[in-house]
Structures are given as structure tokens and as C-alpha cells.
Write a protein that binds this ligand. Structure first.
Ligand code: SF4
Ligand code: SF4
Ligand SMILES: [Zn+2]
Length: 242
């Protein structure tokens, strides 16, 4: 076995490493200054490694910046009856709430929520298409739908009564959806029109996507590679040319 001083001592201050640092396979100690240097060095190394990998995958790209997003790896399957019933029960309750609260939703209810700091649609669609909807797993049997989501649909469809609103949502359930994910998480992504989705679905962007957006803005002319990763494993990747 080859002995390296960094296995037992901090590379920055040379003090002996404690058991916790060794367990985390860190070569720096807990001292604030060393930890800051260690985190910054590891982040620089990680970024350089990703950029080298992107340059190999996309040799014609112009030094692409790399954004790392999570990845959905779950398969598709039919929606179990129990989950469908849980969804219908939730849908009925938010529809009832919407009709009980107001007879005619006003114009403000019809606006689709948006985030002024949101990345451009093309970047969102490439990143989320590469990830294939990791965050949608949290939608489960409720799809984040609330009475306000139903108000919006009703404002845009003033003729709709409770049963036609119900039918419209039920008609959007995909034949096959991602197992254990949101009930509207289909093979090509969300099967609900934007106007039918919850505000959260129309405004949420994960930190990986927001970081990529910040890099693209900062490095205006550079191409961008989206890496959808499961831990250290690169599962899918796409090049975006801004
Ligand atoms: S917002 Fe992030 S986690 Fe959600 S689908 Fe897009 S890339 Fe994936
Ligand atoms: S409704 Fe659509 S966007 Fe919202 S969690 Fe479900 S699949 Fe994702
Ligand atoms: Zn140290």
C-alpha cells in the first residue's frame, strides 16, 4: 500500500485529519479556512472535469458550459386503480372548493403564473427533456392541483360546469405514466396544458437549471451542454446552442 501524507493530514495546514474527515474521504480538516479552500478546489476540479467531458462529447461545440440536472430513470407503466382513485378524490375536492368559493372566477384567476427570473423556454425544454421530469415525481396523485388551478381553467372556459371540468382533467391522464411519479407524467413529459397545471408546475425550475441559466447569461456566446446525472453517472446529455 502506498502511503500518502494527504491520507492522514490536511493538505492545507498539515494537521492530522480526524475520523469524520477521513470517513468523508476529504483531504482537508474542519478548520474554516481549510474547509473553504477544499470546497472551492473540489468545485473547480468538478467543473473542469465536466467541461473536459463536454468537449469530448461535443468536439464541434465552442467550449461549452455545462449544467448538471438530475435525472428521472423510472420506467413507464399503467396507472394503478388505487392511485387513479386517489387522484379522482383529490380532483373532486378541488373542483368542489373552486365552485363553492366563486360562481364566476374573475380575469385575474385566468393568468398563468410565471417567474420573471425564469430561464428562456428553449433552455427549459432542453434541460427538462434531458432530465425527463425528475421533479415531477413529487406531484404524485395530486399533481399539486389546488382550487386556484381549477379557477384558472374555469375563467378560460366559462361554460364549463363541475362535471366538464372533471372530464377535461381525466381526459389528460396518459395511458402510461412514469411509475410512482405524478399521474400526469407521461412518456413525452407533462400531459396537462400549461393553463391546467398548478402554479408551482408553471414556475418551478431546479437549482441545476437555474445555475445553467446563470452560466449561459454570464458566458453569452458559449454553447451549453446539459448533463442529466445520477450521482457521478452521466445518464443523458444534450447540447444547447444559444
Ligand atoms: S426543473 Fe430540473 S428537475 Fe425538474 S424537470 Fe427540469 S431539469 Fe428536471
Ligand atoms: S402536473 Fe405536469 S408539470 Fe406538474 S408535477 Fe405533474 S407532470 Fe409535472
Ligand atoms: Zn487544515
Amino acid at each position: 500500500m502506498v502511503f500518502r501524507a494527504s491520507d492522514t493530514h490536511c493538505v492545507f495546514c498539515q494537521d492530522a485529519l480526524d475520523a469524520h474527515s477521513k470517513f468523508l474521504r476529504r483531504d482537508w480538516c474542519k478548520r474554516g479556512d481549510c474547509a473553504r479552500k477544499g470546497v472551492a478546489r473540489d468545485e473547480t476540479n468538478r467543473r473542469e472535469r465536466l467541461e473536459r467531458q463536454a468537449a469530448e462529447l461535443y468536439p464541434d461545440a465552442e467550449s461549452p458550459v455545462v449544467g448538471v440536472v438530475p435525472v428521472n430513470r423510472k420506467p413507464l407503466g399503467p396507472l394503478p386503480t388505487r392511485r387513479r382513485e386517489m387522484f379522482l378524490s383529490h380532483l373532486d375536492s378541488v373542483i368542489a372548493e373552486s365552485f363553492a368559493e366563486c360562481e364566476h372566477p374573475n380575469e385575474a384567476c385566468g393568468e398563468i403564473a410565471s417567474d420573471s427570473k425564469a430561464p428562456p423556454a428553449a433552455l427549459v425544454s432542453t434541460a427538462c427533456g434531458t432530465c425527463q421530469g425528475y421533479c415531477c415525481q413529487l406531484g404524485q396523485e395530486k399533481a399539486f392541483l389546488e382550487a386556484s388551478s381549477i379557477d384558472r381553467y374555469r375563467q378560460r372556459h366559462p361554460e364549463a360546469d363541475a362535471s366538464s371540468v372533471r372530464e377535461a382533467y381525466v381526459a389528460r391522464l396518459p395511458d402510461l405514466s412514469v411509475v410512482e411519479s405524478c399521474i400526469f407524467h407521461g412518456e413525452q413529459g407533462c400531459t396537462l396544458d400549461r393553463e391546467m397545471r398548478a402554479d408551482l408546475c408553471n414556475t418551478f425550475h431546479c437549482s441545476g437549471l437555474m445555475n445553467l441559466h446563470a452560466q449561459v447569461q454570464h458566458e453569452e456566446t458559449r454553447d451549453a451542454a446539459v448533463f442529466a446525472c445520477d450521482g457521478d453517472e452521466l445518464v443523458r446529455h444534450t447540447l444547447v446552442i444559444p
